[in-house]
Design a protein around this ligand. Sequence first.
Ligand code: SF4
Length: 305
Amino acid sequence: MTKLEDRINSFSEYYKKKYKNKTYKIGLSIGQECPQRIIHSPCIFCLPQSFIDQKSKHLPTITNQIDFLTSKLKKQYGDISFIAYFQDNTSTFGDIDYLKNVFDQAFYHPLIKEVIISTRPDYINRDVLNLFKSYEKDLKFEIGMQTIHDKSLLFLNRNHTQKDTDAAIKLIKQYKYMIGVHLLLGIPHESIGDILQTIEYVNAHNINEVKIHNLIAYKNTRYGELYKSKNLPFAYSNLSEYCELLIRIIGHLNPSIVISRLFTSNLNRQGNALNQFPGVKTEWINHLTKMLNNNNVFQGCLINN
Ligand code: SF4
């Protein structure tokens, strides 16, 4: 059986080649609340505790967070490389001087090879992008795009439109930084055709990386309540159907695009997720790999089909 890494352009293989070493992302927090929560109301699926390590999140500086996480991972895995991943909330929200101090600590930390900044499309602007001109390490922005369909963004209470995503991507490209996008699979009412339109958009816009999540209904979120109370139509209803959808997506995705995630992680440890697949991530990956092998699908093999 061919391994998953031989069928897709995976994050782990891409970075192993780039830095000649096993590379880990360490999840960091700029220490600011998400503006969507402050100004509006949260996206209906959002569970902030699910983003990063809650112990390191509350350390007083970014240097402290990096030191804590790198020493923990080095003890576990030995000689590895690190990417500073600003993953918590909206990582470009805040006063520019405050942000500069935060990002300086990551870019100038000796153990950090590269920086990834995750944010909302409506928090990309020239003031933010100008901040990064002087750094010498690679930088990637991860944009919470989710889907190209405005009706879905409205349903999710994202409070931005596809036009905002489009504008953010164009602006980041002007600055020649790399771009990743987050995609959500399983938004109620989105058909497989709708999802493939999002993939076509990604292929057409020279995106460097995609991070794919299955939409999780957490208890104590608005989506969790809706999930329990309504009979919503989904593009998949179990692990095999989700893997079938992933196979279509992988087959239609440009092979130059790195895939950094295919499943929302094992979050059901606290029994918080109402629609997580049974089992653990390794089993889901094995299931997907088997199905990719059975259908002989490689990343990009269905483009033009
Ligand atoms: S923008 Fe991100 S962090 Fe903020 S509420 Fe939405 S999902 Fe949560």
